[in-house]
Design a protein around this ligand. Structure first.
Ligand code: SAM
Length: 232
């Protein structure tokens, strides 16, 4: 799939995906997922209490931003939808150590490094042909020894699969029925872990009984340095 502009005059899939999130922001709290595994996922998330500088990608309405800001030294939270950022800013309050940035994550370049890069319910929205570039950006954002924590789900309903079960594209509707196409890659934990290993990441991806999974790790540690040869 070429996620860029597919046909002249048509919105690209990533533009349409962002348009969906801009439009859904006001009713986002009504689009909940009632499937098994939520408790396990929540337990994995709440086990994280980062203390350093955190970068949160696709922060949405700030559900995790608020939690992160309660333990981290600082949080930089990025999202492409101003409507989502407004909700997030309201949720975290003015005193929280959070810098919000409105940016398209497919072109944004981090201006500093972080101890932790965090993203919830985002990786499944990254098109195949942007996967490597996305992880290069995460790599650039990580301080030496920094870690990554992410979580998502591979849940796609039959109704959403308007382009068939083999397509990464799904159709989501607003409460008023307006349809939007989104990317929803149905990752399986083991395959995602392998894919990341091939890109030089040492991230354990764990699955819950339901559709949720989470990943935690970092770059592969550099191998042991070769000792100089003692020839004389
Ligand atoms: C599924 S929501 C996840 C929100 C939040 N992380 C959470 O767990 O509640 C995906 C988020 O990605 C944002 N988004 C979509 N396309 C984007 C893009 N190209 N650049 C930046 N953010 C984008 C949306 O605005 C939305 O807030």
């Amino acid at each position: 799939m070429d996620s860029g502009r597919e046909l002249t005059g048509q919105r690209s899939i990533i533009e349409e995906q962002l348009a969906y999130y801009r439009a859904v922001a006001g009713e986002y709290h009504t689009h909940t997922l009632d499937v098994p595994g939520q408790q396990e996922l929540l337990a994995a998330i709440t086990a994280q209490s980062p203390t350093g500088d955190v970068l949160e990608l696709a922060c949405g309405s700030g559900l995790w931003t608020k939690r992160l800001a309660s333990t981290a030294a600082s949080v930089t939270a990025v999202d492409g939808a101003p409507e989502m950022l407004e909700l997030a800013a309201e949720r975290v309050g003015r005193r929280a150590p959070v810098r919000f940035i409105q940016a398209d994550l497919f072109t944004w370049k981090p201006d500093r490094t972080y101890d932790l890069v965090w993203f919830g319910f985002w990786i499944s929205h990254v098109p195949e042909d942007r996967f490597e570039a996305f992880w290069s950006m995460v790599d650039r954002a990580l301080a030496p020894g920094g870690s990554v924590f992410f979580f998502d789900d591979n849940h796609r309903t039959h109704r959403e699969l308007t382009e068939g079960p083999d397509s990464p594209i799904v159709e989501r509707r607003l409460n008023d029925g307006r349809p939007f196409r989104l990317v929803k890659v149905p990752y399986q934990a083991a395959a995602l872990e392998c894919r990341l290993r091939e890109l030089g990441w040492s991230i354990t991806v764990s699955a819950t009984p339901g559709p949720f999974y989470w990943g935690h790790g970092g770059r592969f540690p550099p191998g042991p340095s070769t000792p100089p040869l003692d020839l004389f």
